[in-house]
Design a protein around this ligand. Sequence first.
Ligand code: ADP
Length: 492
Amino acid sequence: MKKYILALDQGTTSSRAILFNKSGEIVAQKQHEFPQIFKENGYVEHNPEDIWSSLLTAAREVLLCKKLNAGDISSIGITNQRETTIIWDKKTGEPVYNAIVWQCRRTADYCKELVQSGYSDMIREKTGLIIDPYFSATKIKWILDNVQGVRERAQNGRLLFGTVDSYIIWKLTEGRVHATDYSNASRTMLFNINTLEWDNDILKLLGIPKNMLPEVYESSGDYGYTTLIGKGKIKICGVAGDQQASLFGQACFNKGDFKCTYGTGAFLLMNTGSEPVSSQNGLLTTIAWGVNGSITYASEGSVFVAGAAIQWLRDGLKIIDSAAQSEPMAISVPDTNGVYFVPAFVGLGAPYWNPDARGVLCGLSRGTTKEHIVRSALESIAYQVNAVIKSMEDDSGIRINTLKVDGGASENNFLMQFQSDITGCNVLRPICVETTALGCAYLAGLKSGYWKNMNDIKDNQKIDYNFTPDISESKRDFLISGWKKAVERTTI
Ligand code: ADP
């Protein structure tokens, strides 16, 4: 019996390798950060070699630290920073340019042109996405247009494109497999989420040769094997983008299941079942995963500034010493004393979609203390998340009764209780908050027979705390109406 699943979690700032046992518990983990490349013009890049070497080192170390061999590992699951774009030479593996990171806005002008030329509806219908530099498509076009000789080499079939998962699979299999999974493909803005194929019309519009693109496989599937970790072969059986992996890791297998990751930003995904739900509120439609021959779709919304508002209290205002300190300070006062904080530092995302909005702190009086401000910052995270939840409920007609949470700021009990109060739903925090890595481990283990089926996985779920709503309807309405007024004040 193989002992463990090896999850490879390739994130934006670090690469991690985590061993999970049958109960879904972490047995060992290793992590390596790698350099962020910020260029003068605001471009954000990673060196693909750094991505690869940090991940491979972490993977080798985690096996070594437990004195394990390839034979002890049932399979590998991969989860990754999404949308980040790499193009490399088919023969030599040499990248033609740095990885263009999801955060990089270099293609903003071109995206504006596409919108002005009227392509928004077509792109939304085919890909479920809004036209934005965030997604891979315009990043690929940028490399083809701006790096000398690349377009010609691509047309001659000598180059390959991949999101980070594809690049890692290709490296792990030493060039034998060029593939991605449905969840990652659906973030490229080139994949038709209805027909489940790369879309010829969009490829033509952007001038991207189809022969560069990876095969698209199920998220729980056969991605070949590697001999580079431990002595022997390990199969690669699970792949999903980070947010979708965390939806899976939270065992959100049924239509209406919902998770929110509270990190720097907040990422919300709702399982919408076997049909894509198109949004009236500017949310994204995406593929959650392909497992056992069927596709599951999700609705996605994000809050740009969540935990980052707490970082700002610490590093900008300097009124707290640590993020954790925000909790005792918030509960030391009974309420915010009428203060609302809207941390629209970089505009507001779904459902407000106001790029020109800026932060607002309002309702101040002589009685306002730093405790009130700290509390209002935590509350702002919950109000923003609540607004996304309400939009998803609107779009799908599904009423949420349980929100599963993870991410750094989900440790904050005050915030979780306030979320439960404001949204009027249960908030479930699992013991294992490494849900992203766990999700890809589950996807891999399902394919390699480590776990029998989804029920087997559900049985693994261990709850740390269940927060239940504890305010009156009228109090909730009063608080939310104050928030809405504060949001109106963000346009200067
Ligand atoms: P990311 O993956 O985006 O880097 P993490 O999941 O590591 O984020 O979470 C870190 C974020 O959570 C930071 O923005 C930090 O301010 C916030 N955070 C961490 N702990 C707490 C806490 N106890 N209360 C509120 N915010 C917190």
